[in-house]
Write a protein that binds this ligand. Structure first.
Ligand code: HSX
Length: 217
């Protein structure tokens, strides 16, 4: 799979607001929605094709262009921080089918020697995934990659082709990118920023804090 950065200036602008410690809950949530929309447009631009179609304007017949595969999109919401992010993605893919996975790190266990957290997966509900589908797995933070690896295992076990999967994050740390791309080499990774490092608790630095807490608490 490919790893690529969302380089749209507005994505950087939104992410910078999200990083600010003074951005409060409502602004934080709205920022994640906006960022999701921009990332959706970038996914369309980066990996979807267009086709020419004949259309009729009120005056004449002419050629128009349509995005192919806009209807064949599945978005997987990794609870809970991804919820506003997914709301934004849905503005780019209004007819997407959605899956929900509740997965979280067991913070009390801490990181093991490989820099991995134990993950508990509490709820998995995915739509049927067809061979033509693009499956966007959204989680704003990719830290150690433990959560995303567990999520991707569930999705591929339900029959999804790893070639069709796009992992979308807002901020990713190098260990997470390495873990996911080693375990799932066919999966595409898309993020707005790659940050410097993880601290001892497995938080991304500089990062933006705990995205779930900032959006919901
Ligand atoms: C946060 O931690 C994020 O929203 C992700 O679900 C998770 C990322 O951490 P990691 O599993 O990559 O270390 O709740």
């Amino acid at each position: 799979g490919d790893a690529w950065l969302v380089t749209h200036a507005l994505a950087k602008d939104e992410l910078s607001r999200l990083r600010e410690r003074d951005t409060e809950q409502v602004a934080f949530r709205k920022g994640l929605v906006k960022l999701g929309r921009i990332c959706g447009y970038e996914i369309i631009d980066g990996r979807m094709e267009t086709e020419y179609v004949e259309i009729e304007t009120p005056l004449t017949t002419t050629m128009g262009e349509r995005v192919t595969g806009l209807d064949d999109v599945v978005i997987v919401n990794v609870l809970r921080a991804a919820t506003p992010f997914v709301e934004g993605l849905l503005k780019a893919f209004p007819r997407a089918r959605q899956g929900v996975i509740s997965a979280s790190r067991d913070e009390s266990a801490g990181m093991d020697d490989d820099g991995e957290f134990p993950i508990s997966v509490d709820y998995v509900k995915l739509p049927d995934i067809a061979p033509d589908d693009t499956v966007i797995v959204a989680d704003p933070m990719l830290a150690t990659g433990s959560t995303m690896s567990a999520v991707l295992s569930h999705i591929t076990e339900q029959g999804a082709d790893p070639d069709d999967l796009v992992v979308l994050s807002a901020v990713a740390a190098p260990p997470g990118i390495v873990r996911v791309s080693e375990s799932f080499p066919e999966v595409d990774l898309l993020t707005v920023a790659i940050d410097d490092e993880l601290n001892e608790e497995g938080f991304i630095v500089p990062g933006l804090g705990d995205a779930g807490d900032r959006a919901f608490r």
